[in-house]
Design a protein around this ligand. Structure first.
Ligand SMILES: [Zn+2]
Ligand SMILES: [Zn+2]
Length: 195
């Protein structure tokens, strides 16, 4: 097998130097400060972080090797890569006390093209690593988010919506809205990267 970063032979999806490059791009490493309320990494500890104010946080910036890994993750089914990406989020997730993971659904076009939903695979792998269940209740059809089922064991649980990249936030806010209106809950949003 080869490192997805440099192409050298590697047992892992990334060789140790390339893994180090990805780790160095995490907000936990880039930001020296910690949020005064929740202790998650933030730019300026005078203010509460985006998790506390908007209920949303990303693991790192959408650039460099991480951006390349996310493109690979979208284009092919690679369990080692899914495992690697999920593992990145484990320390951050452990500070959040999640009760249930809900993957933000792939667009209909993306699903048709690939034949699978990459965020569902990611969420299930993260579930396995942190011991918190995944409940895929959402679906995307013709650019609109809908519910697959109305029954969900979510009472008094902290729901985390998972996505790979945060850009405009349109899909995640649509997902939040539908969960809020149907179940009366306000889910949090966690993304691997933010552009
Ligand atoms: Zn490498
Ligand atoms: Zn905070």
């Amino acid at each position: 097998m080869y490192c997805a970063g440099c192409g050298r032979i590697s047992d892992e999806p990334l060789c140790p130097p390339c893994d180090e490059k990805v780790q160095a791009g995490s907000y936990a490493r880039l930001y020296d400060h910690r949020c005064p309320e929740c202790r998650l990494p933030c730019l300026d500890s005078t203010y509460r972080c985006s998790w506390c104010t908007e209920g949303r946080i990303s693991w790192g910036g959408y650039e460099g090797l991480l951006a390349r890994l996310l493109a690979l993750h979208k284009s092919r089914k690679d369990h080692r890569l899914v495992h690697y990406l999920a593992k990145l989020l484990v320390p951050m997730m452990s500070m959040m006390d999640p009760g249930l993971l809900v993957p933000i659904p792939a667009s209909q076009g993306g699903f048709r093209q690939r034949g699978y939903d990459q965020m569902l695979l990611f969420s299930m792998e993260l579930s396995r690593q942190i011991g918190v269940p995944t409940c895929p209740v959402l679906i995307q059809k013709k650019g609109t988010v809908g519910l697959i089922k109305r029954s969900m064991k979510i009472k008094n649980k902290r729901i985390i919506l998972l996505d790979d990249i945060y850009t405009t936030g349109k899909t995640s806010s649509d997902c939040r809205k539908i969960l809020r209106e149907t179940f009366g809950i306000n889910p949090f949003v966690v993304t691997i990267a933010e552009s």
